[in-house]
Design a protein around this ligand. Structure first.
Ligand SMILES: [Zn+2]
Length: 219
């Protein structure tokens, strides 16, 4: 079909997400909301995340070494570590989903997990609009729980494998950190996951002081 050049070919799942997105978007625009895209290409995001997260991870690694020194005797099972990392990657997405399900009206029914083969990135998609605070929690909690928490435990008790595990998940949370960076100045409005790109679209209400923006959606 005569699609515009370089248009990404959507999977059936993404088509469904796009339909759902367009329905909600139309409702919001009809209610006078204005939209602002905070989405990005996953390939581009991965490189931005890589460049911005790596220095933080290195600083934390140096901090660990300054505090605990380099313990040459620290040896664990590399195989076990890899298994734990793979489990962690699944748990990371599950935490996104669980927090989203807590806030979504239709709970887990509004949450979908998938894997983007083009960028080799697992993802979690929420089909409902969330407030800025709710959305920020969905984004930040996996990296707090699987990244910063193990790192701090490892730092405090001189447990190198635990600290490294945390650092790895801080590093892998770079894409999420990028989303947080994009929404850092947002206070009002509701946020929808982008149907097929990384990031999201924020809708600002006409009246910035309206307290019941989410309620309006449910009419
Ligand atoms: Zn994530």
């Amino acid at each position: 079909m005569g699609k515009p050049k370089k248009e990404k070919k959507l999977t059936p799942r993404q088509m469904k997400q796009l339909q759902n997105f367009n329905t909600l978007r139309k409702k919001l625009l009809e209610k006078g909301y204005t939209e602002k895209k905070l989405s990005f290409d996953l390939v581009k995001a991965n490189s931005v995340a890589f460049i911005s997260t790596l220095p933080i991870v290195l600083v934390l690694l140096v901090l660990y070494i300054v505090v605990n020194g380099v313990d040459q005797t620290a040896s664990g099972s590399g195989f076990m570590f890899i298994i734990m990392v793979l489990v962690g990657i699944v748990i990371h997405e599950l935490i996104h989903g669980a927090v989203g399900a807590v806030f979504a009206k239709n709970k887990w029914q509004s949450i979908h997990f998938g894997f983007d083969w083009a960028t080799f990135t697992p993802y979690c998609h929420c089909a409902e609009a969330l407030s800025v605070a709710q959305y920020a929690l969905v984004i930040v909690l996996p990296t707090l729980l699987l990244g910063f928490l193990p790192y701090l435990i490892g730092l405090a008790f001189s447990l190198l494998p635990i600290a490294l595990y945390g650092l790895l998940f801080i590093f892998m949370g770079g894409g999420d950190a990028y989303i947080l960076w994009l929404i850092r100045k947002e206070r009002q409005g509701v946020i929808l996951d982008h149907p097929f790109l990384g990031g999201c679209v924020i809708f600002h209400p006409q009246h910035q002081d309206d307290q019941s923006m989410l309620a309006m959606l449910e009419e």
